[in-house]
Design a protein around this ligand. Structure first.
Ligand code: FMN
Length: 390
């Protein structure tokens, strides 16, 4: 479509009062659009000449992490070590009030950094929380999550999953719900949790999938209609190339229509959906692809220590890399796993439906799994330099 035709179509949509439809279509396809080059340069091949600690960090920052906050600072002031600090300015206090998910993201970062070192034959000793664990009911602001101490050359062997670090992407599109994952592959996906002393399971049965579908949808509806949790996400919307390139984090919304509507004041990102209104309808429609897939992978722990949260992150990214190697897509759905008060009943229902003992066991990750209709691409990352203390 040429420029004037597309403009006429847009104006007629606005004039016809169906802006909401246009926006819904535009944003749902938005995730498949291309990001500005600078925002995704972290996904380009990393020069092999780079020094080992930077090589580790350049791979670590490709880790999956909640809302793409990238809550990490790497302190390199001590030779031969990296101290990974949880960035207190990059937390999600409303939806992740204890920083549990933030620490899962840090765990994924550590796993990739360790794997990258091993690729060079360098073993890494991981000392978690060397200055003490943050309290369980407080945000882990500024704590040292891990001290990574590099070993001698030849102290580690390569991991076969290393080659998938650059290919792993969370796929938030629609999946083929008719396609099943073979049981042997489900077991491969839970293996990293089990071998780390955590609990891993999957849901592939049609009836149980329906139960999870309802719980996750209801939890999403609560999150988007609760002003403080909705606004926490809305503040992280990066609409259009300029915002995406400036921030290189958060929730990227590409495509021209949201940008134009936003600039014209016809899409207010801070308008909280209210049950029954068109904004609510449109926002709920965005959930529909998230109900597709072959089933759900889940990971849990006996207890809920800070160390276990980091271990979950390490196990989760290993599972995601394994999935990538198998040609399987993944997408965490965290609303019903979260701890904010309004979602508590659904959190309990989810534990029950997965056969977890609420008093003793903690669900840490719930992930939609399957075969996506279209590939995903690398999401923005901040520069390596911006996350280092030298
Ligand atoms: C602990 C955790 C929770 C997450 N929860 C969600 C979620 O609820 N919904 C979602 O769309 N993505 C979720 N994600 C995926 C992140 O949005 C994604 O990892 C991030 O945007 C970076 O993209 P990438 O994984 O493709 O590199 C979660 C990731 C982690 C590690």
């Amino acid at each position: 479509m040429n420029g004037s035709k597309s403009r006429r179509k847009f104006i007629s949509l606005v004039g016809g009062g169906v802006v909401t439809v246009a926006l819904a279509q535009s944003t749902s396809s938005a995730f498949a659009s291309t990001y500005p080059e600078k925002a995704v340069q972290a996904w380009k091949p990393i020069p092999p000449s780079i020094e080992t600690r930077r090589w580790m960090l350049a791979h670590g920052l490709l880790a999956p992490n909640p809302h793409n906050r990238q809550p990490w600072i790497a302190d390199l002031r001590k030779e031969g070590e990296i101290s990974l600090i949880c960035d207190g300015d990059r937390l999600l206090p409303e939806t992740d009030p204890y920083g549990r998910q933030i620490l899962i993201g840090c765990g994924a970062f550590i796993e990739l950094a360790v794997m990258a070192a091993a690729q060079r034959g360098v073993g890494v000793t991981v000392n978690l929380f060397p200055s003490g664990e943050p309290a369980v009911n407080e945000l882990p602001k500024g704590c040292v999550v891990a001290r990574l101490v590099l070993g001698a050359s030849g102290s580690a062997s390569k991991n076969e999953l290393f080659g998938f670090i650059h290919k792993r992407h969370t796929n938030k599109g629609a999946y083929d719900s008719a396609k099943a994952i073979p049981a042997v592959q489900w077991n491969q996906l839970t293996a990293s949790a089990v071998s780390a002393g955590l609990i891993g399971g999957f849901v592939s049965d049609t009836q149980q999938r329906e139960v999870i579908k309802t719980i996750t949808r209801d939890a999403y509806e609560i999150e988007i209609t609760t002003p403080r949790t909705y606004l926490e996400s809305a503040r992280l919307f990066r609409i259009g190339a300029s915002e995406i390139e400036t921030h290189r984090d958060g929730i990227s919304i590409t495509g021209m229509m949201p940008l134009i509507l936003s600039k014209m004041g016809m899409f207010n990102r801070f308008e909280v959906p209210v049950k029954g209104n068109s904004n609510h309808k449109r926002t709920m429609e965005r959930w529909l692809p998230f109900e597709t897939g072959s089933g759900y992978l889940w990971m849990a722990s006996n207890g809920n220590s800070r160390q276990q949260q980091v271990d979950i992150g390490r196990a989760y990214v290993l599972a995601h890399l394994r999935a990538t190697a198998l040609g399987i897509d993944m997408h965490p759905l965290s609303q019903a796993v979260q701890e904010f008060a309004e979602v508590k009943t659904l959190n309990l229902a989810l534990h029950k439906s997965l056969g977890l003992e609420v008093q003793k066991q903690t669900l840490q990750m719930l992930v939609r799994v399957g075969y996506a209709n279209a590939p995903a691409e690398g999401t923005p990352r901040r520069s390596l330099d911006s996350a280092m203390v030298l």
